[in-house]
Design a binder for this molecule. Structure first.
Ligand code: GAP
Length: 473
């Protein structure tokens, strides 16, 4: 009986796996990256960092709606990983850590990408990101030259210094992943939270990588946020837990509206595995540019705890009372990117279709069919016009709703244009206050973003109506 207790609970695995060398071409797509970038810039969702100075490559700013979208992605992840579980606890660790951490983890020695330099224009490139032309030749994307220096290993970690001296004794690294703090703090957290293996430690936070070629908008950047969870298990149960977490993470994307056809699980080939991993799969998303990694789910074995024990001199083994056995736990790690997930949710939600106009014609509309939990604004309150009879009631309706939902009040421009503005940022419901509302029935019109169907609902039933349709978030 005790044998079974530390295995995963029953679940149905619904994910789709492809071969490790599966074709990465994205095929026909509903949307281009240019359209996503344009929409994000125009609506202030995401735009270049330091734009007025010409921008900084690989750095992006999330404006009001983008920041809300990112918060919603993080909250949805925390809800699934922490709130809905009893076996995962949270950590918010320091970004700067003791430099020995990165020696033990293998990052100082091995966290590198192959760097080549064009012998003509001296531009530097990541060797494995240079696309061959039809003749199979590699050429410089900047000047077309075909000669490069030999590849050399370029470490992606950003260096900085603690304190006023800039010598090697003061040098530290900006963390390139959030994971290491979960290993370093394992024993302390296990003891103080009174968790028993199997259990997990989850963290959301910034990571930094000095990518040689940041690209594809916010897909590969130099400063980003990760959502990582290290799940500690008894050796021998690791493969079952690995499969369990692949299934959980697949379900999370699907439950948040991602289309199954745009998702796949790709196992790493043996020669692709990181130095610490026994097995890894990528959750891949069909981005307009290619099928690419959204999240990695690795079986990291006992590599990290053993290395940190060795380098720190602290025993990081675990005594399993139920089994009367001491062991170094194995670790299953679902590691996702906030920015990359936000991009995938944006791409997946983007549609262009037709909507009726006030004059009975139809017009093209752009609509983000975001899951309501992810939508930056949940409800827009729109008086039919700025007429002085309508505005006070519309303001009251907005005040009524804003303690329950993220709302936006908008009275600028024709009502059709205001619907379009909300559609293209993914607002699930628009509430319109008209003359009937104030002069007659105290009812408002609620318009559904996806079906464009309209319902008349009494103001005093509005919170209940919307609560039934919007998830707790
Ligand atoms: N602790 C394991 C780890 O960090 P990773 O596959 O290197 O694994 C996990 O990173 C996730 O972090 C990726 O799947 C991706 O979503 C995100 N990520 C990694 N590098 C990134 C970058 N340069 N820009 C944006 N997101 C990145």
């Amino acid at each position: 009986m005790a044998e079974q207790q530390d295995l995963p609970p029953e679940y149905t695995a619904s994910y789709r796996t492809v071969a490790d060398d599966a074709d990465t071409t994205a095929g026909e797509h509903d949307v281009t990256m240019d359209k996503i970038v344009e929409l994000c810039k125009r609506r202030g969702i995401i735009f270049q960092s330091s734009e007025i100075y010409g921008g900084l490559r690989g750095a992006w700013d999330f404006g009001p709606l983008g920041a809300a979208l990112k918060d919603n992605v993080k909250n949805a992840w925390k809800r699934a990983m922490l709130q809905m579980r009893d076996d995962v606890v949270q950590l918010d660790a320091s970004i700067l850590m003791h430099p020995r951490v990165w020696e033990a983890s293998g990052h100082v020695e091995g966290f590198t990408d192959p760097l080549v330099e064009c012998t003509n224009c001296n531009q530097r490139w990541r060797a494995d990101h240079l696309e061959p032309n039809k003749a199979g030749e590699i050429f410089c994307p900047n000047c077309g030259n075909k000669e490069f220096t030999d590849p050399k290993a370029f470490n992606l970690m950003f260096k900085t210094f603690v304190g006023p001296t800039e010598d090697t004794s003061a040098q530290v690294w900006m963390r390139p992943e959030t994971a290491q703090a979960m290993f370093v703090d394992f024993a302390h957290i296990q003891l103080t939270s009174r968790q028993k293996v199997p259990f997990g430690i989850a963290q959301v936070g910034k990571s930094f990588r000095n990518e040689i070629t940041p690209r594809n908008f916010i897909f590969r950047v130099r400063e980003f946020e990760q959502m990582e969870m290290e799940f500690f298990v008894r050796p021998g149960t690791d493969e079952q837990w690995h499969d369990y977490w692949i299934s959980q993470r697949w379900d999370w994307y699907v439950d948040h509206g991602m289309r199954v056809d745009n998702l796949r699980i790709r196992p790493h080939a043996t020669d692709e595995l990181s130095h610490y991993a026994k097995a890894t799969v990528d959750v891949e998303y069909r981005f307009p540019f290619a099928w690419s990694e959204l999240e990695g789910i690795a079986n990291r074995t006992d590599f990290d705890l053993r290395r940190h024990s060795e380098f720190s001199g602290r025993d990081l083994s675990y005594f399993d009372q139920a089994r009367d056995e001491r062991y170094v736990p194995y670790v299953i790690e679902p590691a996702a990117g906030v920015d990359r997930s936000a991009l995938a949710f944006l791409v997946d939600a983007y549609r262009e279709d037709e909507a009726p106009t006030a004059s009975g014609k139809v017009e093209r509309r752009t609509v983000l069919k975001l899951h309501p939990a992810l939508a930056p604004i949940k409800v827009a309150v729109l008086p039919l016009s700025r007429n002085e009879k309508l505005v006070p009631t519309a303001r009251k309706v907005n005040d009524l709703l804003k303690s329950s939902f993220i709302t936006q009040y908008d009275d600028a421009g024709a009502i059709g244009r205001r619907y379009r503005r909300q559609d293209e940022v993914g607002t699930p419901y628009c509430v319109t206050v008209d003359f009937e509302t104030v002069e007659d029935d105290q009812k408002v019109t609620i318009r559904d973003r996806d079906t464009m169907a309209q319902d008349r609902v009494a103001v005093d039933q509005l919170v209940g109506y919307l609560s039934d349709r919007l998830p707790r978030c």
